[in-house]
Design a protein around this ligand. Structure first.
Ligand code: HEM
Length: 404
């Protein structure tokens, strides 16, 4: 990703701690044009909320956003992939978006989440047993990644033996989103993503056909029996669900654990009063959210943000990570306080694309964090300082070794 003098999203110091730069932007350039990205970084709480919720902003065409920097002939080769991306839940606009969302919305209510709670608790205990036996325990590898992977696969109905292969393909398909990163070869990543998407289609077409013949009590059987959608729509929705649920939740559990280990008094408070977990999860989502910048929104009409008029046809990047530390919204915003129960989180967005898995993500964290800190009262960082991945839009650690 390119840079300006004021804000360099790939500067290693920014990656490890973006909050001073966010504070600077919020104060001096709250609606900041970044020429190389062709869009505006928006950092104040009220403005970020407006960008996420105002119907004058919509998703720009997915292909332009994700494949726009590829040479024309490569983009032409990927026309099939581009069409699939553009019609998926995460990139569609109303009214089409609402039709797609209705397909799966029923599976993500608080009631359905409570139904899967015992399973999430059981899986967490098993993962912690396994972690305790490891010579080199790692919070990400041993708990934060496998928990959401198992949870979403069971909810959808992916047979256990296929999970690893399918999740690997989804990772390849979605690496395209990381193409802004300097280490990526954008052409190879796009071709690889297209190939992985074709393989996902082959696999899920078979799974859907199988569940039409022999339905189970799972999401895939339910959507396969819903009239009015074609198979490509079902498959893309499943793909977006898997992709949306894994790294986000994993890095939330990772970032939250790190924040607590760096604030031992807060960790001790949570151990003494586990009933604080609801407010702790909201505060940890505020303090170091794993999705600090959402996909950009396109203005369809002029819009005022912090006194600046942004014309129609402009890209706006809502910087949730900056909004969450806005002192106008949150008193003493750089302080972690698990008792504050901060209102108005934007961690899951806010408008029509509001995270469909928010209830499930919160549930997983509410099970995993008290279980981890309860099981290992001596849990602490190793001598190696954990490092954040060089990714300005999905914030999480590269690895997270700990002493138990
Ligand atoms: C802590 C974990 C998570 C965070 C921080 C998170 C955050 C987000 C954000 C910021 C958005 C975009 C909102 C917008 O543009 O307004 C989003 C959308 C989405 N998320 Fe999550 N998410 C998390 C977990 C999950 C889980 C567990 C699932 C699935 C089970 C999921 C599935 C999705 C889907 C499908 C969308 C697109 C929804 C739409 O376009 O209508 N997410 N999420």
């Amino acid at each position: 990703m390119p840079t300006t003098a004021m804000f360099n999203p790939i500067d290693p110091a920014f990656i490890q701690d973006p909050y001073p730069a966010y504070a600077f932007l919020r104060e001096y350039s709250p609606v900041h044009f970044e020429p190389a990205l062709g869009g505006w970084f928006v950092t104040r709480y009220d403005d970020v909320r407006t960008v996420l919720t105002d119907p004058r902003t919509i998703r720009p065409p997915a292909g332009d956003m994700l494949l726009g920097r590829l040479p024309d002939e490569v983009r032409g080769e990927l026309a099939w992939f581009e069409e699939k991306l553009a019609t998926s839940l995460a990139f569609a606009n109303p009214p089409e978006h609402g039709r797609l969302r209705a397909l799966v919305a029923r599976a993500f209510t608080p009631r359905t989440a409570e139904r899967i709670r015992p399973e999430i608790e059981r899986v967490t205990e098993q993962l912690l047993d396994d972690m305790a036996a490891k010579p080199d325990p790692d919070v990400l590898r041993d708990l934060a990644y496998p928990l959401p992977t198992i949870a979403v696969s069971r909810l959808i109905g992916v047979p256990d033996e296929d999970v690893e292969g399918l999740v690997g393909l989804v990772g390849d398909a979605m690496k395209i989103i990381g193409q802004a990163l300097p280490s990526e070869d954008p052409i190879a990543a796009a071709r690889n993503a297209s190939l992985a998407t074709e393989k996902i289609f082959d696999y899920l077409e078979d799974l859907i056909a199988w569940r039409r013949r022999t339905p189970e009590d799972d999401l895939i059987s339910q959507i396969a029996a819903t009239p009015g959608y074609d198979d490509a729509e079902l498959i893309l929705t499943v793909l977006v669900l898997i992709n949306g649920s894994l790294e986000t939740t994993a890095h939330f559990i990772g970032n939250a654990t790190l924040a607590l280990l760096r604030h031992p008094a807060q960790a001790a408070l949570l151990r003494e009063q586990p009933e604080l977990i609801d407010s702790a999860v909201e505060e940890l989502l505020r303090y170091d959210t794993p999705v600090p910048v959402t996909p950009p929104q396109l203005t369809t009409a002029p819009i005022m943000l912090s006194g600046r008029r942004v014309e129609a046809g402009q890209l706006l990047f809502p910087v949730i990570g900056a909004a969450h530390r806005d002192p106008v919204k949150y008193a003493d915003p750089d302080r972690l306080d698990i008792t504050r129960d901060p209102p108005g989180t934007l961690a899951f967005g806010g408008g029509v694309h509001y995270c469909i898995g928010a209830v499930m993500a919160r549930l997983e964290a509410k099970v995993a964090l008290p279980a981890l800190f309860g099981r290992f009262p001596e849990l602490r960082l190793t001598e190696t300082t954990p490092l954040f991945r060089p990714d300005p839009v999905l914030r999480g650690l590269t690895a997270f070794p700990v002493h138990l």
